[in-house]
Design a protein around this ligand. Sequence first.
Ligand code: SAH
Ligand code: SF4
Ligand code: F3S
Length: 483
Amino acid sequence: MYNEIDLDKFDISSDPPTEEPARQYYFMAKCREWVRALEQKNGCRPTAFIQTFGCQMNARDSEKLQGILTQVGFREAKDEKADFVLYNTCTVRENANQKVYGRLGYLNTLKKKNPHMLIALCGCMMQEPDVVRKIKKSYGFVDIVFGTHNIFKLAELICQRLEQKNRIVDILDGTDQIVEELPTERKFPFKSGVNIMFGCNNFCSYCIVPYVRGRERSRQPEDILAELQKLVSEGVVEVMLLGQNVNSYGKTLEHPVTFAQLLRQIEEIEGLRRIRFMTSHPKDLSEELIQVMRESTKICHHLHLPVQSGSTRILKVMNRRYTKEQYLELVERIREAVPDISLTTDIIVGFPGESEEDFLETMDVVERVRFDSAFTFIYSRRTGTPAASMEGAVPEEVVKDRFDRLLTRVQQISSEVCARDLHTTREVLVETVDGHLDGYVTGRMDNNTVVHFPGDSSLIGSIVPVYLEESKGFYYMGTAASR
Ligand code: SAH
Ligand code: SF4
Ligand code: F3S
């Protein structure tokens, strides 16, 4: 996307422009000079490595960050032994934070061997003041720290660091700015995530995302459609529309548009074969969306619909704004409209005050809905969220026991449900050469289930009809069917 920028156009001896994205192109041009000088000095092109933690939002942000780094001339490294290392962090649960701290020590040892090395941290964790304080105090070797609202400024921040020689910390509390038309470097040539909105306004009581990602902001439909057209012209056949709550897309626009209306427009794009989206909040999933899903030939028959808990009492304290019954009724309506839909979910175990009865309600939802798969999480206390000060912490061994019971049942059901397409022929988008079996490729069905079948790399990116011969629980072994 917009990778054809001619950086030579920018006169880096003059002052930087104030308007975006021109300002960033100017700093990319400036940064490129430094990269070239380093190349001259070392006799080889400097390398950069990005490690992404967390969700698909972060993965997409990393593609934008990589786009900037490629534009300024860095070669992509495969690990941290690089001249520029960037960790794009997640803080949704405590163990996400621990992973980052765990790896920073290793980066320090690498930097001692390569004095030119620059280390940068960005993403959700950096939006927490306590984290930034700790980095400043105990991790002096980190060169650049920035947050979730200014990733577009990467080149500017690198320039600042090179000029000032001091550590750069640039965190914004929030923003209403959406900078379009910056370069991106996609991980896959045939599929891509596309942000349709940023931030979240829901404030589920356990969740830190609204604090670190800011208020909900939707992109203009024209900008989304233009980006999609461009992607399709580059060979993309599958898109994942991204937002923390895609069902409330467009509500805050000057000329409001519903998510269902946006989908109808996206459906018209010629050459686009598959449309996915996440995440759907049950409280905002409209009848109009169900209709669009029913009528569409491109929207995948897969819906990720996080339930979090099956107990109406707990759902209320979680501030999810639906009851167990409303959730079950919604599932019923969706299944009526799209009978072969694959449903997946997120579940939290051990929320403050969760009793055995509450937990059994969650198990009951799992039995009734029979999810294709469920991501199960142990509640993690996040500083600053309302749940952090709630009483009734569930003892660790109780949580562990509930978690194990839930996971066992989720997995049993999942392997039964996933086998339902056995001995049928389904379209599979081939994604990679199989990592384990020689002469095989791996792809995904429309409902997201993985299929392995004999083939070679020439199939990557194409949609192939595959006969599903054997179910292995969570995936299939198949053979390409004749067209
Ligand atoms: N916006 C999405 C999810 C974002 S976070 C939604 O509303 O569904 C992804 C998942 O992490 C959540 O669905 C929730 O199950 C889990 N999660 C969020 N905060 C958590 C916490 N404090 N402890 C444990 N799990 C959490
Ligand atoms: Fe977090 Fe709730 Fe927003 Fe999802 S909808 S990001 S769980 S606050
Ligand atoms: Fe993590 Fe931020 Fe995503 S906290 S889950 S990377 S929005």
